[in-house]
Design a protein around this ligand. Sequence first.
Ligand SMILES: Cc1cc2nc3c(=O)[nH]c(=O)nc-3n(C[C@H](O)[C@H](O)[C@H](O)COP(=O)(O)OP(=O)(O)OC[C@H]3O[C@@H](n4cnc5c(N)ncnc54)[C@H](O)[C@@H]3O)c2cc1C
Length: 444
Amino acid sequence: MSRFQETDSILSWGRVVRASHMAARPAWRDELPGLLTEATSDGRSVLALGLGRSYGETGLNPGGAVIDMTGLDRIIAFDPESRILRAEAGLSLGAILEVIVPHGLFLPVTPGTRFVTLGGAVANDVHGKNHHAHGTLGRWVRGLGLLRSDGTRHLLGPDDTTGLFAATIGGLGLTGLIEWVEIELIQIASAMIDAETVPFEGLDGFFELASESSEAFDYTVSWIDCLASGPSLGRGLFSRGRHSPAGPLRAAMGAPGPSMPIDLPGFVLNAASIRAFNALYLWNGRRRSGTSRMPYTPFFYPLDAIGNWNRMYGRRGMYQYQSVVPLAVAADATRAMLQAIAEAGQGSFLAVLKTFGDKASPGLMSFPQPGTTLALDFPNRGDETLRLLARLDSIVAEAGGRLYPAKDGRIPPALFRSGYPDWERFAAHVDPHVSSLFWRRMGA
Ligand SMILES: Cc1cc2nc3c(=O)[nH]c(=O)nc-3n(C[C@H](O)[C@H](O)[C@H](O)COP(=O)(O)OP(=O)(O)OC[C@H]3O[C@@H](n4cnc5c(N)ncnc54)[C@H](O)[C@@H]3O)c2cc1C
């Protein structure tokens, strides 16, 4: 009997792309070679899945098979003295924190949600609020086990000379199944974060705060009111923080908070409601500006407080759009993008601006590059939204920037190729039986 079941329940996090898949969820690593053979024996392609927190099409393989890795969630080795942890790829970052925080250790890099798997985080070479200080997670990977569809197992590390390690870090799951990952952790004195919120009135204020904060703060990020225009264009709240020297070493446990029970009807999210939300958020941020000491969860993972928050965007879902543009043109390009959004009246609740540093990743296809990154969520309003995103694409292309495939669901192939000039070197390492909707759409 086949261990793959047909399912319609695999969606992108943005919920725009819905597709049918053959899916299997192994519980043990020794099941993987047999599942790969079964998945590919009739010419189908296969793809590994984590916790499905990628917004677009990189984690989908419609018409093909997927292997859900979340059942492979064991710690294989952990030595608090050497700060090295080796775990199966399906273990979530949240579960890792539960184990390591009481030992005075923390993840060297974490994205804005803890509900992602180690394998998914490596396959997207995730970055966090400390990119300027620590670079991407891939810089902290000391080793990984990769299983290819021909049944070969590869032990890869930063000293690999074949190019397969570099292709797998940020390789969008296309080089094979990551079975386990070994990472280096960082030391912390407490689970608390000393945080500070500083309001700024326009983009110049953001750039001043970013350069003033990068040496003194481990973590920096800002929220932008993307519907503000004229002299207020680019106003927002700058958030910066560092691990606190004092406080308990207590980990946050378990599941997300209360869950969004239904898809909100589309009319709830319109320009007026987003404008009202942004005004309120800014007002509240200004009112509460200053320093505070808080647990790490609300600082790093504010959206995790509401389970399935993506259902807020209704059945039509949403697009996330994350770009990075080089520092020399960052102010002009960011201003042009914010102007285009304000003119289109298609605001976003979540508009995040951050400066990436120059710590290079070992990954061939890593998204971060030195410059400024802007991330936005847009409710899917069909052609109207796609037209705005195409306008943003042209600004990013002209600025010599790139988009983040994990966040997008519609990167034009030409923009992908211009943004990732190493893509052909990468393509040489793609497993011939592994594929995704994203990879097929790129024409590769
Ligand atoms: C609220 C929110 C905030 C976020 N913030 C950030 C952020 O700050 N920085 C950032 O970089 N990203 C961020 N992301 C994106 C998220 O971190 C990445 O998409 C992450 O890789 C998702 O991991 P996952 O386990 O859900 O993987 P999935 O989304 O299921 O898969 C991601 C990719 O990894 C591949 N993959 C998964 N497991 C394996 C495996 N074992 N072997 C090989 N390939 C595998 C899949 O094929 C797919 O290509 C955010 C997402 C959300 C929802």
